[in-house]
Design a protein around this ligand. Structure first.
Ligand code: HEC
Ligand code: HEC
Ligand code: HEC
Ligand code: HEC
Ligand code: HEC
Ligand code: HEC
Ligand code: HEC
Ligand code: HEC
Ligand code: HEC
Ligand code: HEC
Length: 316
């Protein structure tokens, strides 16, 4: 009995302490030092009623601009949930802000809100889209990259998709090291605008490693454009199937022709075939005499190196 009462007392103490912290936060006097509390303190209060979009437009003169925003759909189409909320699905209930004559602390401004808050807000609607369903598990989501670092809702520089910039420039703001890949002599022509980072990557993430599009295998994304490599082949070259294209190619770009990982094809082959009987290795006499130039250009004879319907050794 005694012990239980003691416990209750301490629970009460906790409540009192929390109450103290909360009121301290609301009154804004002692600055909280714990980082989480500091974050809470920085977040604007959001309590209150929904006013509806018309009320916001009384003071914010953006009716014409907003009517062109794809998000106007939410508002204009009564069938859609949230339609009566206008600006507030993103900015939260605005009555306190409105009634205070526009106190900026009483409204959620995504420009200053934390990434978790922003992503949750946007995902209330966009999580249902397959492309974005796994955002919170993606590299970007896990690393606290906010939707609004790539998308600017009111003043997009790139109108389609409301982007802050067009890839690859957008991506290079954080992935500067990748720029060098696409300046290599042999490369996918991303910097030239022939294709986009987003042809191969879904910036919102998925189940494939490195946020590549589609998830049925490491190379699935390549077959969109290189369908001839897809097979199935009667005679598969095992590494193409098992390890994927990246075992032989640097997929962004390379100093070597065909974007290969090695400067000469034979070096690439011999990394795996050095011990294949007859090619190179302990068995003598060697069938392939690779000290002679004729035998060095492996793909002169083994032409269909990605797989073949007719030849066990990938001849023509
Ligand atoms: C009574 C007029 C009034 C109404 C109604 C009003 N606002 Fe404001 N709002 C203002 C003023 C004034 C500011 C600028 C405050 C400043 O910069 O100091 C502002 C600022 C803001 C900001 C920026 C806050 C920041 O952090 O700087 C947002 C976001 C905002 N309003 C959204 C809304 C939304 C959404 C609604 C409708 C729910 C709304 N406002 C209704 C007057 C109003
Ligand atoms: C789809 C979500 C969304 C909707 C709907 C929306 N906003 Fe915003 N708003 C944002 C984001 C995100 C920002 C941060 C700046 C940016 O990305 O453009 C912002 C910023 C603002 C700002 C502050 C601008 C600044 O420079 O800090 C004001 C004011 C504002 N919005 C008013 C409104 C009003 C009024 C409406 C309704 C007519 C509205 N917003 C509807 C997402 C939205
Ligand atoms: C209330 C639901 C809702 C919320 C919240 C919301 N969106 Fe949207 N969003 C929509 C709808 C509806 C469309 C229009 C889809 C269409 O045209 O079919 C849209 C379209 C978009 C588009 C595509 C624009 C285009 O060019 O077609 C982007 C990008 C986008 N939203 C980003 C965001 C971001 C970032 C946030 C958070 C700041 C956000 N949305 C919050 C409902 C929402
Ligand atoms: C790293 C940058 C980045 C982040 C972070 C990001 N997006 Fe995107 N988003 C893009 C790009 C780039 C596109 C254009 C897609 C394409 O080219 O295939 C896009 C497309 C979209 C579209 C479709 C637009 C259309 O035209 O159909 C929506 C909706 C969208 N994003 C919402 C979101 C939401 C919601 C979040 C946060 C949960 C988010 N995005 C986070 C870069 C980003
Ligand atoms: C031709 C398809 C393709 C294009 C285009 C592409 N990527 Fe990649 N990217 C990949 C693949 C596949 C991987 C995984 C690499 C591996 O397994 O060797 C990858 C890996 C990455 C990685 C992680 C590993 C690393 O190399 O740092 C980043 C970051 C990346 N890409 C960013 C980008 C950016 C930014 C762009 C546009 C400038 C881009 N990618 C364009 C296919 C592509
Ligand atoms: C605001 C900064 C930022 C922007 C802009 C950005 N990224 Fe990222 N990206 C990150 C961070 C942080 C990570 C996680 C850490 C890492 O792997 O580097 C990441 C991870 C990735 C990965 C996974 C890397 C891996 O090794 O698995 C890919 C792929 C990627 N980003 C592609 C893109 C593409 C494509 C764009 C442009 C549409 C883009 N990013 C824009 C910050 C950004
Ligand atoms: C959006 C289409 C597209 C996708 C997706 C794509 N590629 Fe490419 N790829 C191309 C184009 C176009 C070229 C030719 C570029 C040129 O001529 O400069 C090319 C060239 C290549 C080359 C060099 C060919 C040569 O003759 O030098 C290799 C190797 C390659 N791609 C591998 C891949 C791999 C591996 C993937 C998957 C990670 C992939 N590609 C995804 C379009 C694509
Ligand atoms: C075992 C190593 C290896 C793997 C794995 C591999 N490639 Fe290749 N690939 C090569 C070699 C070697 C060449 C150069 C052939 C030549 O020049 O005769 C080449 C050339 C290419 C070319 C340009 C010439 C052509 O045939 O069109 C493309 C495109 C290509 N590969 C795409 C891919 C794709 C897509 C994948 C994954 C499905 C892949 N490669 C997997 C070794 C490989
Ligand atoms: C990443 C390792 C790897 C690379 C690189 C590689 N191979 Fe292979 N290759 C294999 C494996 C594994 C097999 C299947 C061996 C088996 O079934 O015993 C194979 C099978 C073959 C076969 C059929 C032989 C048979 O017995 O079925 C030929 C021919 C061949 N490779 C030629 C090449 C050539 C030419 C290159 C260089 C362009 C090359 N390989 C690069 C791993 C590789
Ligand atoms: C002049 C044509 C030619 C060149 C060049 C050539 N090969 Fe071959 N390769 C053959 C022939 C012929 C066979 C045997 C085919 C058979 O058994 O039907 C063969 C068989 C193979 C096999 C399968 C061995 C087995 O029986 O399991 C491998 C692996 C192989 N070559 C790798 C290479 C590599 C690696 C290079 C480059 C260093 C290369 N070849 C260059 C003609 C060539």
């Amino acid at each position: 009995m005694r012990r239980r009462r003691r416990r209750r007392a301490s629970a009460l103490q906790v409540l009192v302490r929390t109450g103290y912290v909360l009121s301290a936060l609301l009154l804004g006097n002692p600055q909280p030092t714990h980082p989480n509390l500091a974050a809470q303190a920085a977040a604007p209060a959001r309590e209150g009623e929904y006013l509806g979009g018309e009320a916001c437009l009384h003071c914010h003169d953006i009716r014409d601009a907003f009517a062109k925003n794809p998000h106007y759909k939410n508002w204009a189409e009564e069938k859609l949930a949230w339609s009566e909320r206008g600006c507030e699905p993103c900015h939260g209930p605005g009555s306190e802000h409105g009634h205070s004559g526009g106190d900026p602390k009483k409204i959620l401004n995504p420009r200053t809100a934390g990434p978790a808050r922003i992503n949750d807000t946007c995902l209330t609607c966009h999580q249902q889209q397959e492309e974005r369903a796994h955002y919170l598990r993606s590299s970007h989501g896990l690393n606290a990259v906010a939707c609004t670092t790539c998308h600017t809702i009111h003043t997009p520089r790139i109108k389609p998709s409301l982007l802050a910039a067009r890839p690859p420039a957008l991506c290079y703001t954080c992935h500067e090291e990748v720029r060098a890949d696409f300046n290599q002599p042999f490369r996918h022509k991303v910097n030239e605008g022939w294709m986009s980072c987003t042809d191969c990557h879904n910036p919102h993430g998925g189940f494939a490693p490195h946020e590549t599009r589609e998830s049925t295998g490491p190379e699935a994304v390549c077959f969109d454009c290189h369908a001839d490599k897809q097979g199935p082949f009667v005679f598969e070259h095992l590494p193409v199937r098992v390890e994927g294209c990246g075992i032989c190619h640097d997929v962004h770009g390379s100093t070597n022709p065909r974007m290969l990982k090695r400067s000469e094809i034979r070096f690439l082959c011999l990394e795996c075939h050095a011990d294949t009987p007859g090619v190179f290795g302990p068995t003598t006499p060697l069938f392939h005499d690779i000290t002679q130039a004729r035998w060095q250009h492996c793909t002169d004879c083994h032409v269909n190196i990605h797989g073949s319907q007719v030849s066990r050794v990938f001849f023509e």
